[in-house]
Design a protein around this ligand. Structure first.
Ligand code: NAP
Ligand code: GCO
Length: 260
């Protein structure tokens, strides 16, 4: 039974996996047997991450390229194919958020969020798909969000991107099903990483708010996403496609607490 979850002999590319959720997912895929490849924008961060992977007993391969730069992505994927092998599993994890009220947000800021969080996964998926098709199949996991379903003040660009990413997931899933490529999403709840650091500061009203809004009563940690990622990367999910697996401690099932 557990063999179905094995990723032995698979090559997994996790974008933006120098820390945070990306690194936790890469470590989980490595523990299940996969060879890990990741990218980032800055060589120093790649080098530090390589040391951290090594300390965890993982031989990872780090590459510099921006997920929004189609030419750089194409060159990066070709280099990876030569030096490591053809990608079997792609995790579109790289992403940014800008918390700015909509009336104050410049179109340039809005565009940048859409570019990294939505165009990036499209460019990456398009770049790995031909190799997967030749190999006879593959797995793509898009890191979505609560904001794929819900809105809140200040995150219009992020919600637009992550909502779009949910639909990109469904569309690529149906478009590439005939090639045995499963495309799914993971929708993390509120996870303690650098991205949410400003919201978790002591005394920040959002901190109390989100813990109360999460039936599990806590912030998630990147490790909460590891099991779901291995499942969606493995043969255990071969008939699961176009699905977003929300890992949110119950947020999306919850109407909220009545006031006392
Ligand atoms: P994070 O700590 O900010 O990590 C994001 C990563 O993406 C960083 O490694 C960053 O690289 C990389 N990145 C950004 N732009 C890039 C680009 N253009 N090309 C390549 N890499 C790029 O955030 P996180 O919390 O781990 O989040 C990871 C993913 O999960 C994001 O897509 C995020 O939206 C999503 N998510 C997070 C939460 C949460 O609560 N934390 C919840 C739901 C979804 P640098 O370090 O070099 O900037
Ligand atoms: C915010 C948060 C979120 C989370 C996450 C939720 O400001 O509301 O940063 O958007 O990071 O994506 O799932």
């Amino acid at each position: 039974m557990l063999q179905q979850f094995s990723l032995k002999e698979k090559i997994a590319l996790v974008t933006g996996a120098t820390h945070g959720i990306g690194m936790a997912l890469a470590k989980a895929l490595a523990a299940a047997g996969a060879t890990i490849v990741f990218n980032d924008l800055v060589q120093e961060r790649i080098d530090n991450a390589l040391k951290e992977y090594k300390a965890a007993g993982i031989t990872a391969h780090g590459y510099i390229f921006d997920v929004t730069d189609e030419a750089a992505v194409t060159a990066g994927i070709a280099k990876i194919a030569k030096e490591v092998g053809v990608i079997d599993i792609l995790v579109n994890n790289a992403g940014i958020i800008k918390r700015i009220p909509a009336v104050e947000m410049s179109a340039a800021d809005f565009r940048q969020v859409i570019d990294i969080d939505l165009n990036g996964p499209f460019i990456m998926s398009k770049a790995v798909a031909p190799g997967m098709i030749k190999k006879g199949g593959g797995k793509i996991i898009n890191i979505c969000s609560m904001m794929s379903e819900l809105g809140r003040e200040t995150v219009s660009a992020y919600a637009a991107a992550k909502g779009g990413l949910k639909m990109l997931t469904k569309n690529l899933a149906v478009e590439w099903a005939e090639h045995n490529i499963q495309v799914n999403g993971i929708g993390p709840g509120y996870i303690a990483t650098a991205q949410t650091g400003p919201l978790r500061e002591d005394g920040h009203p959002f901190n109390t708010f989100i813990v109360g809004r999460t039936p599990a009563g806590r912030w998630g940690v990147p490790e909460d996403l590891q099991g779901p990622a291995v499942f969606l990367a493995s043969e255990a999910s071969n008939f699961v496609t176009g699905h977003v697996l929300y890992v949110d401690g119950g947020i999306l099932a919850y109407i909220g607490k009545q006031p006392k």
